[in-house]
Write a protein that binds this ligand. Structure first.
Ligand SMILES: Nc1ncnc2c1ncn2[C@@H]1O[C@H](COP(=O)(O)OP(=O)(O)O)[C@@H](O)[C@H]1O
Ligand SMILES: [Mg+2]
Length: 267
């Protein structure tokens, strides 16, 4: 099992869209995915049509209750190979008091580690105990960014936090890549920002590239990943490519699913 945190301290930069659609793409390749929604806005679950009920167990209990078992919060989705641990919409940041490794401890239990190939952590847009827990639990991080000047600054701030956390609590945490999202290749300013990001982090760290595509927002509103909602869209094609790129960089297993049957070959 490998754990990836999708993070950037800015809101609205495509974290949840990336978490949901990477989950769907890897699941379609046969990997068993657990998507954990650490943002109490609860959006990642919604992307698969899962709404956290006010009574249903949510992942945030991991941070407030010493006796909580994360398995209680895990729910299957309509999409094969994708399970979701929804967020608690009433969670207050200050109430997280189970320490930096609360999430990590749960994910390393054999009942979780053997059940999933990849855990995807969608994170809130703030630097706090949940993001620190996410980075402490993660093997790799992916940072979506909208290429304009302000978000380049956000990336620099994130990078400082990333390397500080890594050196203190997770020395082998790997920055898998920075993912430009809502890209419009015709805007020269975006190109210049991306060149600056590549210069700062190394060109090999800039992966994928998700173009602006309104179908991504429509798919989300419909509670479906883009590959199901609009399989021929730019968004579906870009997220498919991103899933392949990150699989390659991170050496994910190619597939654990059975090959297609041959019943239509006749005989
Ligand atoms: N490539 C894209 N093209 C167009 N709209 C997008 C794209 N990626 C995300 N969006 C939309 O932008 C908004 C913010 O994205 P979201 O993934 O929720 O960001 P975050 O989780 O970082 O706050 C959402 O309405 C989403 O549907
Ligand atoms: Mg989000």
């Amino acid at each position: 099992m490998k754990v990836v945190a999708i993070c950037n301290r800015k809101g609205g930069c495509g974290k949840t869209t990336t978490a949901v659609n990477l989950a769907a793409e890897w699941a379609a390749r046969g990997l068993r995915i657990l998507l954990i929604d650490l943002d109490s806005q609860g959006h990642a679950g919604l992307g698969f049509g899962i709404r956290a009920g006010s009574r249903a167990p949510a992942v945030h209990a991991v941070f407030t209750r010493p006796d909580f078992d994360l398995r209680e919060a895990i729910r299957d989705t309509e999409v094969e190979n994708v399970a979701v641990a929804p967020a608690d919409p009433s969670f207050e940041g200050g109430s997280a008091d189970q320490g930096v490794y609360a999430l990590d401890r749960q994910l390393r239990l054999p009942s979780i580690a053997e059940r999933f190939d990849v855990v995807i952590l969608d994170t809130p847009p703030s630097i706090g105990s949940l993001l620190i827990n996410a980075l402490a639990a993660a093997d790799g991080a992916l940072v979506p960014m909208v290429p304009h000047a302000l978000s380049a600054e956000g990336i620099q701030q994130f990078s400082r936090l990333f390397f500080r956390v890594a050196s203190m609590i997770k020395p082998d945490l790997r920055l898998l890549g920075i993912v430009p999202v809502m890209v419009n290749p015709r805007i020269g300013h975006q190109r210049r920002v991306l060149e600056a990001v590549a210069a700062e982090f190394g060109a090999h760290r800039v992966v994928g590239g998700i173009r602006m595509d309104i179908s991504l927002a429509e798919a989300f509103a419909a509670g479906e990943p883009i590959r199901a909602f609009a399989p021929n869209s730019r968004g579906a094609s870009d997220y498919s490519d991103l899933a392949d790129d990150v699989s390659h960089i991170w050496e994910l297993p190619r597939s654990t699913s059975r090959p297609m049957g041959h019943s239509n070959l006749g005989g």
